[in-house]
Design a protein around this ligand. Structure first.
Ligand SMILES: [Zn+2]
Length: 595
């Protein structure tokens, strides 16, 4: 009955209009509205019934997005921000409730995924975020609060070309698919690994070379290969990834698809390729990174950012390099806010560690996070989705019944019924004669196994929604008007940030990024004589602000869970409009009477 009472409460509230519209949409798509409660009442069918135990290739993803947009046209719009190298549209879905304001007027949360083509499951996290918000909006107060007060710009895949290569053949598809001369021979991408057996996997090759090989079959399990002990020879030679020597230079797979790293192609501390491998010719030199960069620059209301990668189980924040600011660290004030979010995220995500990129993982120049922090004034995280630690009970017990080398095979055999390891099978290779091809599937290791996908999606999506919920949420706390004498008034206003993220991070203030916040007073019959900051107590001293008294610049914005108070001495009569304008906190107005 909970859903009925909450519906009735909604119908009596100012949101009734919005909810009625949602109900109408659901009726139009054929489902009964009372049944569409997949989360709070999990014995019901959702309105849009997407599966969360699978992955979506580019066309399937596009279709899923269109289905969602068609089902929730009041809230969702989908547009292309540009085309990939091969001409695929890079979609952004905007989640906004127009009844509570234009998307540009509210703090926005941005998320992208799959910049690395083989790191696929962030796409599904993004789809899940859209689906979860829309399916539960009519029924869950907290979801409504988030959707009504915030805007979401969600890019399910930044690298659709390499995503498609991953689905169609597998192999190392971190880069985009733009030809690149990885081996310095003057030819571009001329010798990639190939799916020789046509099973949409690029596996490993081995050759039976009795008494002459580098490797031997493990005595524990004949699927495992181990290096022959020193001074001995094994019966097998490992030949690397599936493929042929396509350019006839005596080497196989030495110049694969692409060969650059788009998450080293952003202008934040970008470095040339001899310092940062994969950075490419100059920042934003790829159509995909340029489209995303232009989009981010055009949405100055973005106040939170999340990029989805895999794997390892991490919530990463910048800086990317120990040379950053000479300290390798953001300012104390900014770090406190990152920690507030990241430490709570680690509680929401078992097996994930909250880490700093350079200090805990590796150095990254030209990544998304540093650019967002330093040039856009946006705090962001990169989650490395999925950790194979999640496969095991606690940590793998090396004294247990299964030898250490068998960890992953045990899991594949017993919980995957053998799904994720391809048995070695003979293949007639054009150059090498009879070889065997087999090994670990592309669906194992970096990608979450199917029966664990939904938990990954939900926990990570909830972390992103927590981050979005902690973007600045401003409200006028109190205003007062006090007559000093005649038509001279003392007007005091206080604005409160109810959330942890400041309206302006300290890096933005230091770097002079974007517009500072402004407190303004105006009226038909009003002239501000003096304006400045106060501690919020009546009859306080006023710290006179620079500039015209009617417009007080708030350089630091409103810090997290804090207030900013100002006082004006004005002359005039009638009503006065007080406005707080914040690039990342939205525009807020209130009216007072000079009486
Ligand atoms: Zn990645």
């Amino acid at each position: 009955m909970t859903h009925l009472t909450s519906r009735l409460r909604d119908l009596a509230s100012p949101r009734a209009l919005i909810c009625t519209a949602v109900v109408a949409i659901i009726l139009f798509t054929g489902a009964h509205p009372a049944t569409a409660q997949p989360f709070s009442v999990p014995d019901r069918e959702p309105n849009v019934n997407l599966r969360w135990d699978r992955y979506y290739d580019y066309d399937q993803m596009t279709e899923a997005l269109r289905t969602l947009v068609d089902a929730y046209p009041q809230f969702l719009t989908m547009e292309s921000i540009g085309q990939s190298w091969e001409g695929r549209d890079i979609w952004v879905v905007t989640v906004n409730n127009p009844e509570t304001g234009d998307h540009t007027e509210k703090p926005a949360f941005y998320s992208d995924a799959n910049i690395h083509g083989n790191e696929i499951q962030g796409t599904e996290v993004t789809l899940y975020m859209i689906w979860f918000l829309m399916e539960n909006y009519p029924y869950m107060e907290k979801v409504r609060e988030i959707v009504d007060n915030r805007v979401f710009y969600l890019i399910p895949t930044m690298n659709p070309d390499a995503r498609q290569v991953f689905f169609d053949q597998g192999g190392p598809t971190r880069s985009g698919t733009r030809p690149f001369d990885s081996d310095g021979d003057g030819r571009e991408s001329e010798d990639p690994p190939q799916d020789l057996t046509g099973n949409k996997e690029i596996l490993q090759m081995r050759k039976y070379t009795p008494g002459e090989g580098t490797h031997m079959v493990s005595p524990i399990d004949d699927r495992l290969m181990i290096v022959a002990p020193p001074g001995e020879r094994g019966d097998y030679t490992l030949l690397g990834s599936e493929g042929e020597d396509l350019d006839g230079d005596g080497r196989r797979n030495e110049d694969g698809i692409g060969g650059y790293d788009m998450n080293r192609n952003f202008p934040g501390d970008w470095q040339p390729m001899h310092i940062q491998g994969g950075s490419h010719w100059y920042p934003f030199s790829h159509p995909e990174t340029r489209a995303v960069g232009n989009f981010l620059k055009s949405r100055t209301n973005i106040a939170g950012l999340q990029s989805w990668h895999n794997a390892g189980g991490m919530i990463l924040r910048g800086p990317g390099s120990q040379y950053y600011r000479g300290t390798g660290e953001y300012t104390n004030r900014d770090v406190r806010t990152y920690d507030y979010l990241g430490e709570r995220g680690a509680l929401m995500l078992p097996y994930y560690r909250y880490w700093t990129v350079w200090a805990d993982l590796y150095t990254v120049y030209g990544g998304t996070l540093d650019w967002a922090h330093d040039a856009l004034g946006v705090m962001g995280f990169t989650n490395e989705l999925w950790s194979t630690n999640q496969l095991y009970q606690g940590h793998w017990d090396s004294d247990g019944p299964i030898p250490d080398e068998m960890q992953q095979l045990f899991f594949s055999d017993r919980l995957g019924m053998g799904a994720w390891f391809h048995e070695w099978e003979e293949y007639e290779h054009a150059e090498l004669g009879t070889v065997e091809i087999g090994g670990w599937s592309k669906w194992f290791g970096r990608t979450t196994v199917p029966f664990m996908i939904q938990e990954m999606l939900h926990r990570n999506a909830m972390f992103a929604l927590f981050h979005a919920d902690e973007m600045p949420l401003l409200e006028f706390d109190r205003t007062s008007v006090e007559r000093i004498a005649g038509n001279t008034w003392r007007v005091t206003a206080e604005i409160r940030n109810h959330r942890a993220i400041p309206t302006r991070i300290e890096a933005a203030e230091i770097n002079r990024v974007g517009q500072p916040d402004y407190f303004r007073i105006s009226g038909n019959n009003l002239e501000a004589q003096v304006g400045g900051f106060t501690s919020g107590q009546l009859n306080d001293e006023i710290a006179i602000a620079d500039g015209p008294p009617a417009e007080i610049m708030v350089e630091s914005g409103v810090l997290g869970l804090s207030t900013v108070s100002v006082t004006w001495i004005v002359t005039g009569s009638g009503s006065a409009t007080i406005e707080y304008e914040s690039m990342k906190g939205g525009v807020h107005r209130t009216t007072v009477q000079l009486q």
